[in-house]
Design a protein around this ligand. Structure first.
Ligand SMILES: [Zn+2]
Length: 97
């Protein structure tokens, strides 16, 4: 699991991942050990920025955390057949112990 932020965002903002989000992401990573995702933050001119979960196996896919203080939205994606296929292809491409 990686915590990152898009370019152009001030480093101070990037480090302020809410504890619940950090913990939910760690729990998710523990459950789906082969899956890779990033917590990222999108800042616009008018808001401080919303948190997003970026699936590293599915380029261009961004998911909002939730509902509530969970990552259930992204959890649904992790069970998606296309996503699992991408993960399996990546895992099988390497020699995993
Ligand atoms: Zn995915």
């Amino acid at each position: 699991m990686y915590i990152s932020c898009a370019p152009r965002i001030h480093a101070l903002i990037c480090t302020q991942v809410p504890q619940w989000l950090s913990m939910a992401a760690q729990a998710m990573q523990a459950k789906y050990t082969n899956d890779r995702f990033e917590i990222t933050r999108k800042v616009t001119a008018s808001t401080a920025g919303d948190w997003w979960i970026k699936c590293l196996d599915c380029p261009g896919k961004l998911y909002t955390p939730g509902p509530g203080e969970t990552l259930s939205n992204y959890g649904i994606h992790l069970r998606n057949r296309q996503h699992r296929q991408r993960v399996n292809e990546r895992v099988n491409g390497h020699s995993v112990a």
